[in-house]
Design a binder for this molecule. Structure first.
Ligand SMILES: Nc1ncnc2c1ncn2[C@@H]1O[C@H](COP(=O)(O)OP(=O)(O)OP(=O)(O)O)[C@@H](O)[C@H]1O
Ligand SMILES: [Mg+2]
Length: 392
């Protein structure tokens, strides 16, 4: 079987070429030898030569020159110079200039010559393989980058779309609500009990939809860093009391107590009261939703020594399994399946709470045990150390 010619010898002495041909006969690769530089050039063009060995002193051209020329035309070919002792300095200079991989001095030792050529072929293969791998990785990276850019664009588009649609839904929803209200309150004429029931159901559903649209709008604002926060020095006890008072009727209608235990020493702290009201509405709303017996206690505590205050909402409800706690703050996450969930909701509340509290430089903490109830607390720093505006 013909072996691929991988090594080329150039030497002006015919006898040397003959000797080399015999020496390499058993090697796994083919070699070619010539005394003529012109022919050597043709072989380099024609064959896939990995290693070129050239004599230095040749009548037509100096070996170093020929190797330099080859470097320009076939940069991958590993170049080796054959030299007598007298040409040692020329070889050394060529190596330093990077024109030659190494040199072999004449007369050579057979084993050394064979080993050097094998090594040079292995080196060539390594360089080529490395380059292939590099190109492959680069191409893959480029593809990944393009895919990534597309994803970012699509995500941005989706966000804008969600935001626009939610916004556009608000006005018609408000108008439906007013219309239903008007009829239900008999402003447009008498309404039978049966009709009133249907209208009340419609009203509840419109409210749910509005709640969902508002949450989605908040979330898109949060994600694009556009949720406004009006930070001011405020009294947290005042805000907690207001929210608790507004939800007491709802709690009592379900047979639950709703009480507050407020620490009067608490200092005023910087917060955006609209947003903290939103957080408290959700935490209290959740506590009421997921409690069947007992009730809800909201406490505030001064922890000035640690530079923060803590507000906690404790319920005597169903509680949450430890493995479910990390899921709570993810968007659209509800622990119970839609069939079990009689209370509706969208699973956005806690994701929004967490973001709001984080923007205040604070933290939300959950302690819960199934069957025993839950405590959701948030910490607000006293000294302003809000995170700067973050966008995702
Ligand atoms: N106090 C609680 N007791 C037990 N489970 C709770 C409590 N608070 C939250 N959870 C669980 O965490 C889930 C996520 O709460 P989150 O407030 O994010 O959503 P939601 O109340 O279901 O809907 P939304 O707040 O968007 O109207 C709830 O569906 C519930 O499974
Ligand atoms: Mg909720």
């Amino acid at each position: 079987m013909d072996k691929d010619i991988q090594v080329l010898f150039v030497d002006d002495e015919e006898s040397i070429i003959d000797g080399i041909q015999r020496l390499f006969i058993k090697e796994p690769y083919g070699i070619s030898g010539t005394t003529d530089v012109g022919q050597a050039r043709q072989i380099l063009e024609r064959e896939k030569i990995k290693v070129l060995v050239s004599d230095h002193r040749m009548p037509a051209m100096l070996g170093v020159k020929f190797l330099q020329e080859t470097k320009e035309k076939h940069p991958d070919v590993i170049r080796i110079l054959f030299t007598g002792y007298t040409d040692f300095s020329a070889a050394e200079e060529a190596i330093n200039l990077g024109q030659v991989y190494r040199f072999i001095s004449k007369p050579w030792k057979t084993t050394e010559l064979l080993a050097t050529i094998r090594q040079a072929i292995a080196y060539y293969d390594l360089v080529v393989e490395n380059r292939r791998l590099y190109e492959e990785t680069r191409a893959q990276n480029e593809e990944l980058e393009i895919a990534n850019r597309k994803l970012v664009d699509m995500y941005q588009l989706q966000r804008e779309f969600t935001s626009t649609v939610s916004h556009e839904l608000r006005t018609p929803l408000a108008s439906i609500k007013t219309a239903v209200d008007l009829v239900a309150r008999k402003m447009l004429g008498d309404v039978t009990n049966e009709q009133k029931e249907v209208l009340d159901r419609a009203k509840r559903n419109v409210d749910r939809l509005r709640h969902l649209v508002d949450d989605i709008l908040d979330l898109t604002k949060i994600e694009s860093g556009k949720l406004e926060m009006n930070f001011q020095m405020n009294d947290i006890n005042h805000v907690v009391q207001e929210v608790a008072d507004s939800l007491r009727d709802v709690a009592q209608s379900r047979g639950l107590y709703l009480k507050t235990e407020l620490d009067t020493r608490i200092p005023r702290v910087p917060f955006a009261s609209d947003r903290i009201i939103q957080v408290l509405n959700n935490l209290l709303g959740n506590a009421i939703k997921f409690t069947k017996e007992g009730g809800i206690t909201v406490t505030s505590q001064d922890r000035s020594a640690n530079n923060h205050i803590v507000v906690s909402v404790t319920d005597t409800g169903k509680g949450i399994a430890e493995e479910d706690i990390p899921k709570l703050f993810q968007k659209f996450q509800q622990i119970e399946s839609p069939e079990e969930n009689e209370e509706g909701g969208t699973g956005l509340g806690l994701a929004i709470c967490k973001e709001i509290i984080t923007r205040h430089g604070g933290k939300v903490v959950v302690e819960s045990a199934p069957g025993k109830g839950s405590t959701f607390s948030f910490i607000l720093p006293i000294q302003e150390r809000r995170l700067p505006f973050t966008s995702k």
